[in-house]
Design a binder for this molecule. Structure first.
Ligand code: FES
Length: 159
């Protein structure tokens, strides 16, 4: 799997966020969420620091981060593109949509572009099966997509 090169992380900033949250006795989940919001991801090297600050083992902090899909330790693209792989989307051409998105972005599932513009993900179902096949770009759901619409949506997000 291709991974975007992680940008240099300012560990001083990481430590100051952790210190500030610990002074205010933040629980670990809001703490890692804040770190992710401010840094862009949860740097793996911050896990032992978080663990020490909150009195857990690093493996416990890692376990919490791994449990929640919305928490991530790798940098992600500015635009997260999600293609639904659920049954309703699959039977209505979801496989073709995924193939086109992969070709357009030159990414495979789980990959992030080197310029950190795009991350491509697949999801089991986004909950709007009636509009299948669905594509989500940057939080906006595009329903009833076809190959032409995929091109339009992705081009629109480039500009
Ligand atoms: S299967 Fe795609 S939205 Fe439910």
């Amino acid at each position: 799997m291709r991974k975007a090169k992680a940008p240099e992380v300012d560990m001083g900033q990481v430590r100051s966020i952790i210190d500030e949250c610990c002074q205010d006795k933040w629980p670990v989940i809001p703490l890692v969420e804040r770190l992710q919001n401010e840094i862009g991801h949860i740097p793996p090297q911050s896990i032992p620091i978080i663990a020490k600050a909150v009195g857990l083992y690093p493996s416990q902090v890692q376990g919490i981060i791994s449990f929640y899909e919305q928490l991530y330790t790798e940098p992600r693209g500015k635009n997260v593109v999600r293609v639904c792989r659920g049954t309703a989307c699959h039977v209505r051409g979801g496989k073709t949509i995924l193939k086109l998105v992969k070709q357009h972005l030159e990414l495979d599932e789980g990959e992030t572009s080197d310029d950190l513009e795009y991350t491509l993900e697949t999801v089991a179902c986004i909950g709007v099966c009636a509009l299948a096949p669905n594509l989500v770009v940057g939080g906006t759901v595009y329903g009833n997509v076809n190959p032409k619409r995929v091109e339009q949506v992705l081009k629109k997000n480039e500009g």
